[in-house]
Structure formats: C-alpha cells, structure tokens
Design a protein around this ligand. Structure first.
Ligand SMILES: NC(=O)c1ccc[n+]([C@@H]2O[C@H](COP(=O)([O-])OP(=O)(O)OC[C@H]3O[C@@H](n4cnc5c(N)ncnc54)[C@H](OP(=O)(O)O)[C@@H]3O)[C@@H](O)[C@H]2O)c1
Length: 176
C-alpha cells in the first residue's frame, strides 16, 4: 500500500514553463509555441488534480480531460461545466487533496499563473520547470526561488522540434 493510499498528504507540485527572463505569459497566452512541452505537461499532470487561476483557465482551449480542474476565482457567479470553482487557495488545495485521495493520485499539480504560483510556493514540494531558451516580451512572470531551498534532481535538454519555437530543458526541482 502506498503512502497516498494510507492517507498521507499528496505532494504539491508546480508545473511551469519559464523563459530565461522568468517570462511565463503575454496577453493571456503563452509567449511561445512549444508543442513538445505541451505533451510533457499533459503527461506530468494526467490523472492528477490541477489547480489554476481563472485567467489561466481561460487561456486553455477546454477543460483538461483526465484531471480534476480546480479554478480559483473571487467571482461568485463563475461556473463552468467540469470545473470546481473555489474562492481561496485553501479551498483549492482541500478539493484537490480530497480528489487525490479518492483517485489514488500522489501529487497535486498547480499550473499557474503568477499570483497562484507565488501564493502556493511555501507549500510546494516539487517543481517541474521547463526552461525555455528565449527571453520574450511578457506581462506575467515566475517568482524568484530562494537559493538553497531547491535542489535539481533531474535535467534533460531538448532541441526544438518542428512545432517548437525554441530549444528547452525540462528540470525537476525538489525542496531541500
Ligand atoms: N508558462 C506557464 O507555465 C504558464 C502557466 C500558467 C499561466 N501562464 C500564462 O499566465 C497568464 C495567466 O496568468 P495570470 O497570472 O495573469 O492569472 P491567473 O493566476 O491564471 O488568474 C488570476 C485570477 O485567478 C483568481 N485568483 C488568483 N488567486 C486567487 C485567490 N487566492 N483566491 C481567489 N481567486 C484567486 C482571480 O480570478 P477572478 O479575477 O476571476 O477573481 C485572479 O484574477 C496567461 O498569459 C497564461 O498563458 C503561463
């Protein structure tokens, strides 16, 4: 029996793609096109509860299948089929943990944007960080990480494929 099945808390992970200048978004969208990273995002979040801000939800083409979609909003009228809408980070993590326990998911994936990443960071165990080899114009940024708080446990470099704008590396960081 795994720790999760015994009721231990699931890990909290961030999943983020960041430019060399810490850019993550522009005009409500990603500042690049990286099909290969989209595939990685799908594989690393599949079967897990995902937590996001309302603007990140609106940047998605649809509710993401195979995952509990938890959306943070202060708008009490917000309602979307297939989405759990919550008004606080605490409520988001509570809904995500309950679903993870029911489904046997070992991780909650927090997928942005800027304020949500910053707010949850003190509770985060692992970061799936795509380092994009570009420094695009942006209006949304990934918060600075405290040096010494994170150790790199894996790193894999990829050259841009036919549907990728840039080379990139997928890095996994864990809290020291
Ligand atoms: N590169 C990446 O990995 C990545 C990841 C995610 C997003 N992005 C990009 O980032 C941009 C979107 O991010 P963003 O930072 O602008 O917005 P966001 O964090 O996705 O959404 C902000 C909204 O979430 C709600 N919210 C946030 N914190 C809350 C809290 N504690 N309690 C209740 N509601 C809360 C509020 O919604 P209401 O206004 O409805 O109250 C707030 O206006 C887009 O450009 C997107 O493409 C990039």
């Amino acid at each position: 029996m795994t720790e999760t099945m015994r009721g231990a808390r699931p890990a909290i992970a961030l999943v983020v793609a960041m430019g060399a200048n810490r850019a993550i978004g522009r005009d409500g969208d990603l500042p690049w096109r990286l099909r290969s990273d989209m595939k990685f995002f799908r594989s690393v979040t599949m079967g897990k509860p995902i937590v996001m801000g309302r603007r990140t939800f609106e940047s998605l083409p649809r509710v993401l299948d195979g995952r509990l979609n938890v959306v943070l909003t202060r708008d009490p009228t917000f309602s979307e089929p297939g989405v759990v809408a919550v008004a606080s980070l605490e409520a988001a993590l509570k809904a995500a943990k309950a679903w993870a326990a029911e489904e046997g998911a070992d991780e909650i994936a927090v997928i942005g944007g800027e304020g949500v990443f910053a707010a949850v960071l003190p509770q985060v165990d692992r970061i799936y960080l795509t380092e994009v080899q570009a420094a695009p114009e942006a209006d949304t940024w990934f918060p600075a990480l405290e040096p010494g708080e994170w150790r790199e446990v894996s790193r894999e470099a990829f050259e841009a494929g036919p549907k990728d704008d840039h080379d990139f590396s997928i890095v996994v960081l864990e809290r020291v």
